[in-house]
Ligand binder design. Sequence first.
Ligand code: PLP
Ligand code: SF4
Length: 354
Amino acid sequence: MAKILTTSTDLVEGTLAAKTTLSSPENVACEPTWQLSLKSAIRSGRRLLERLDIRDWPIGFESAEADFPVFAPLEFVSKMQPNCSTDPLLLQVMALPLESDGPNGLFDPVGDSQAEIVPGLLQKYMGRALLITTGACAIHCRYCFRRHFPYSQAPVGMQGWAKAIESIRQDNSLQEVILSGGDPLSVSDLQLLQLIEQINQIPHIKRIRIHTRFPVVIPSRICDELLNWVERSKAAIYFVLHFNHPHEIDSKVELALRRLFRAGAILLNQSVLLKGVNDSVGCLSELCLRLVDNRVLPYYLHQLDPVVGAMHFQVSDFMAKQIVNELRRRLPGYALPRLVREIAGQPHKTPIAD
Ligand SMILES: *Cc1c(COP(=O)(O)O)cnc(C)c1O
Ligand code: SF4
């Protein structure tokens, strides 16, 4: 997890190079800026609480960090309200003692291990294969269903992906490659460009989908080099973003979304329904409207995967359906996400209908 640190010399040189090539105020310096953001991210619960001046957090949270470290970039932390232990962004990233001794969950709730066809390539659904592009993320979300996935075994880089790409090439029932992880945008644009080019050379692949939280947490990641491979891809590029709360959207995030859209990407969002974070009609309707205003279509609203350490976020199906029914009344049809859950072994995400 979050293991993408180059040496400081690389970063300084990169920064200078990027500065000299700036041509318009909209140009965002690429790797240096976002890699520095990863480097300066907060990596301990204690530091996060200190920074936000929070003194009433339950004691004993450190034991949960040993299992899954706290990791939150400052851009994301700056959107949290100081002195507020119920802040919805804080709750997504801050460890709790409950995680270690709370209600039981599963280690692999969605059956990822059974769906692995070659190392790092999962196929569960018809026509779509999912590449675990990297194990690194831009943030650690406490509710993550892959928090126990054996990422260190997932192969990374063009050589690491070679077997998966070959397997995709051999199977002409596939039309779509999903880059997931971890967060695929943790990988350098040079490597992503090569990967996208290789996938584009497979005639039966018509769509490339990128599941990422970077535009939400480190919007400077949407840099010129990234937009370049997005624009150049012959296969349609879909981004599935991951916003959970309207407070996550600020002007920098809006600019990043605008740039992705202008580069020709289709923008979708998936949220996870999280107790104490976004489990209200007011919060989710505001989120969905802010998203469509920014040309992002709400795609899925996921019921939590019952993963070990995250069960305290669970919202009942009864509540979830009530919330979505009210959202249906308030929102244009295209702004309403589908309420689903992932059940291991099922051929698609399972709708939770009333
Ligand atoms: C969720 C998921 C997909 C994508 O499913 P859609 O319903 O098309 O969004 C594909 N492969 C795997 C392994 C998944 O978990
Ligand atoms: S939810 Fe996504 S961004 Fe968050 S820790 Fe899991 S894989 Fe990473």
